[in-house]
Design a protein around this ligand. Structure first.
Ligand code: NAP
Length: 311
């Protein structure tokens, strides 16, 4: 990689964010609040206009956005979306100046990440993979966990920008290792979700009061983020998305691909992937992942209900 022309000693001020979805929108808000000069782009103009009212600037596309920034964040669904936003016509690579840091915070393939990182380096841009955990609530609160792969010098320069959006920011190593860490996270998230669904269906069929059950279990060794957050939503019959079934399926597909390459059986994650397929088949890909409980409910012939509120 060539020497970046950016002065690496001066702190980053101009930050761009592409993809104002469930996660990208609150992330952009936190960057504005932290005092960065923020430019945003999303294909849906209304989302850009909303952010403009809050102090960000809108751009007409990724190339124009990149031309104004020292660091660009992408927060779009899948590998192909990141590829088109970065290398496609009117993409980041067209408008960027050498030295630009591109931090892809979406969850995508580690393989695609390494290819994009090499393509960026040829143009003297620096690519970081920086996927996140903590869900929509973590994005709003600015408490996300961020797992970063890529060149350490770029990571260190980007650190204050990450700190405006996250709490635990961990350097994982070379390009792609942030995404690999995120896939470990997704195995845990998926299998936890299955455990929560199975326990609540079991308790419901046995006639337990599920609010009492949740109060007891969240105070003991069985507690988890999934139980305390998604378990409560299941009881309230709230299946609105904070994390959509179709995105979890995308992540489990990435887990499966990486696992085949590594020759690691991923039995629990594979099972959840199959069960969630039945929700997609029912046209519920845009529901929240907590809808997994509905699949187990129909197998057991029972419904999980309660108030779902914290005591
Ligand atoms: P989302 O609500 O679907 O947001 C993604 C945004 O990207 C959309 O609002 C869309 O906005 C834009 N977009 C989609 N395709 C695009 C394309 N081809 N080119 C340009 N822009 C495109 O999804 P999200 O939940 O925010 O997730 C974003 C990423 O974060 C995913 O990789 C997901 O796996 C990851 N993630 C999500 C969560 C979560 O809890 N939701 C947690 C951790 C990680 P426009 O249509 O306006 O362009």
């Amino acid at each position: 990689m060539g020497e970046p022309t950016e002065d690496f000693a001066s702190p980053i001020k101009q930050v761009g964010l592409i993809g104002l979805g469930i996660m990208g929108l609150p992330m952009a808000r936190n960057l504005v609040k932290a005092g960065f000069d923020v430019t945003v782009y999303s294909r849906t103009q209304a989302k850009v206009a909303a952010l403009e009212k809050e102090g960000a600037r809108g751009a007409s596309g990724p190339a124009e956005l990149a031309s104004r920034c020292q660091m660009v964040i992408t927060m779009v669904p899948d590998s192909s979306d990141v590829e088109s936003v970065a290398e496609g016509k009117g993409g980041i690579f067209e408008g960027a100046k050498p030295g630009l840091i591109i931090a892809d915070m979406s969850t995508i393939s580690p393989l695609t990440t390494r290819r994009l990182s090499a393509a960026a380096a040829e143009r003297r841009f620096l690519w970081l993979d920086a996927p996140v955990s903590g869900g929509q609530a973590g994005a709003i609160a600015g408490t996300m966990t961020i797992m970063v792969g890529g060149e350490r010098a770029a990571f260190e320069r980007a650190q204050p920008v990450f700190a405006a959006m996250g709490q635990r920011i961990t350097y994982m190593g070379a390009s792609g290792q942030g995404q690999t860490a995120k896939l470990c996270n997704q195995i845990l998230v998926a299998v936890n979700l299955l455990a929560v669904s199975e326990a609540l269906v079991f308790g419901a069929k046995a006639g337990l009061d599920l609010d009492s059950l949740l109060d007891a279990l969240t105070a003991g060794a069985a507690n988890s983020w999934a139980l305390d957050n998604l378990g409560r939503k299941m009881l309230k019959r709230d299946f609105a998305p904070a994390f959509m079934v179709r995105l979890q399926q995308k992540d489990l597909r990435l887990v499966g691909e990486a696992a085949r390459e590594l020759q690691v059986p991923v039995i629990g994650a594979g099972l959840v992937h199959q069960l969630l397929t039945s929700l997609e088949a029912a046209g519920r890909g845009d529901d929240g992942t907590q809808a997994l409980v509905n699949v187990l409910e129909s197998l057991a012939g029972v419904e999980v209900t309660g108030k779902g509120s914290k005591q």
